[in-house]
Design a protein around this ligand. Structure first.
Ligand SMILES: [Cu+2]
Length: 152
């Protein structure tokens, strides 16, 4: 009887494990914020955290408030920092991927110049496998630190 009980429990556990692995790819974005440019008309920079239930690739980002959004990486060579455009950025397994100042970030070109610090804009993220995700990003002034309580 005990053997049967253990066998049945084993089947249930196996079912959960297999079920989890075959889950549809999912990705969400949170803690998004955008630092407005010091000079209007210059690009703004966006930061956020991507969480996926497996390895996932971010392919593109769009917003009704910006003409174009690029994914950038900051590189420091010989003491000079420059930015390179990335075609995509990947999560490693299900570890959260954090886009933060001085590292991988979004660059928002042609941002609506009527926007002010404290307001929010919508950002939509397109992934290789997971369905698109939309989040709201808090706007902060140039030179202002990362806002607290920016999670949703
Ligand atoms: Cu950049």
């Amino acid at each position: 009887m005990l053997k049967w009980t253990i066998f049945v429990i084993g089947l249930i556990v196996l079912g959960y494990v297999v079920g989890w692995q075959s889950l549809e790819p999912r990705a969400e974005v949170d803690r998004a914020w955008v630092r407005l440019p010091a000079v209007p008309g210059r690009p703004a920079a966006g930061y956020l955290t991507i969480r996926a239930n497996g390895s996932e690739t971010l392919l593109a980002v769009a917003s009704p408030s910006a003409e174009r959004i690029e994914i950038h990486n900051s590189l420091t060579e010989n003491g000079r920092t420059r930015m390179v455009r990335l075609n995509a950025v990947e999560t490693i397994g299900s570890r959260p991927l954090v886009l933060s100042p001085g590292q991988t970030h979004l660059m928002l070109f042609g941002l609506n110049e009527d926007l002010r610090p404290g307001q929010e804009i919508a950002l939509t993220f397109r992934f290789r496998d997971a369905p698109p995700a939309t989040t709201r990003a808090r706007l902060v002034a140039a030179g202002e630190a990362e806002p607290e309580n920016v999670g949703y």
